[in-house]
Design a protein around this ligand. Structure first.
Ligand SMILES: Nc1ncnc2c1ncn2[C@@H]1O[C@H](COP(=O)(O)OP(=O)(O)OP(=O)(O)O)[C@@H](O)[C@H]1O
Length: 271
């Protein structure tokens, strides 16, 4: 499953929000999209999962333009977890996860035991066994997010597109969900705000700023002190995690610096 994006432009209200973006995602790669608020990450992803139409450029999935896929064929290949996962009617958790099986069924086909087992298994993957009969509407934000991820897993796609999948999740579940995605060996393209999670899980990171792609490379190549200053306007120290050997970011804000200075000054005055 290879995705190729060529000179993509997406417009909203006659304004180019995604501007001339080209990149690829190889089969089995875990690629992160990072960038400040409003840099165009969601707009890019929505274009890739066909909610928005490109104004210019091409998006190819396995050498075929994404526009040429029938809806069902596209859904068999690509599962999407969007940023706002609202569900218009109330469903049980199990019914919602079973919807992930729809692309594999014909109209009016009943769920089979295999569908049922896949849905139960997907719920186990996200740590929600025992939640099958709960009403989706009564779940916490984090539980809802995990159900939506379970539905995407039940879809058995070869390619996951996710927009901030760890939104609403506590740190245990953030790590757990990213572990699940990584272990799936599927091709993953995901927007992430947490740069340390992006550094820990991504093979490659695409950096967006003002609708343009400004860097594309390994976490070590992209998460540099200079890039964090230029793109995110933050001062940071980059270090290597002693256990995972992945790069990690430590932020320093002007307020923190003032605190350090005040502390040093106080110690000096007292000595
Ligand atoms: N319908 C619209 N019409 C005009 N501008 C829009 C529309 N929808 C989004 N935008 C603008 O497009 C820009 C990119 O938005 P987008 O949601 O893609 O950014 P993002 O990088 O995903 O942001 P965040 O990190 O805050 O989720 C923003 O400036 C946003 O205000």
């Amino acid at each position: 499953m290879k995705l190729i994006v060529e000179k993509l432009v997406t417009e909203l209200n006659h304004q180019a929000i995604v501007q001339d973006i080209s990149f690829y995602v190889n089969e089995g790669e875990f690629v992160g999209v990072i960038g400040p608020n409003g840099s165009g990450k969601s707009t890019l992803l929505k274009t890739l999962y066909r909610v928005l139409k490109p104004a210019e450029g091409a998006v190819m999935l396995d050498d075929e333009a994404i526009t040429s896929y029938q809806h069902k064929e596209f859904a068999k290949k690509v599962a999407v977890v969007g940023q706002e996962s609202s569900v218009p009617f109330d469903f049980s958790v199990l019914d919602l996860v079973l919807m992930g099986r729809n692309p594999h069924k014909r109209l009016l086909d009943q769920e089979t035991k295999v569908d049922h087992d896949i849905a139960i298994d997907a719920l186990k993957h996200v740590g929600l066994e025992g939640y099958e009969q709960r009403s989706f509407a009564t779940l916490s934000g984090g539980e809802k997010q995990r159900v939506i991820i379970a539905r995407a897993i039940a879809q058995e796609p070869s390619f996951f597109i996710l927009d901030e999948p760890t939104n609403h999740l506590d740190i245990h579940h953030q790590l757990h969900i990213l572990d699940v995605l990584q272990r799936s060996n599927m091709t993953v393209l995901t927007a992430l705000h947490d740069l340390n999670l992006a550094a820990s899980y991504c093979d490659r990171i695409i950096v967006m700023q003002d609708g343009r792609l400004v860097a594309n490379g390994s976490p070590k190549e992209t998460l540099t002190k200079q890039l964090l200053e230029e793109v995110f306007q933050v001062e940071a120290t980059i270090w290597t995690h002693p256990l995972t050997q992945k790069v990690q970011v430590m932020y320093v804000s002007p307020g923190m610096k003032q605190g350090i200075f005040d502390h040093q000054l106080k110690s000096w005055l007292q000595s």
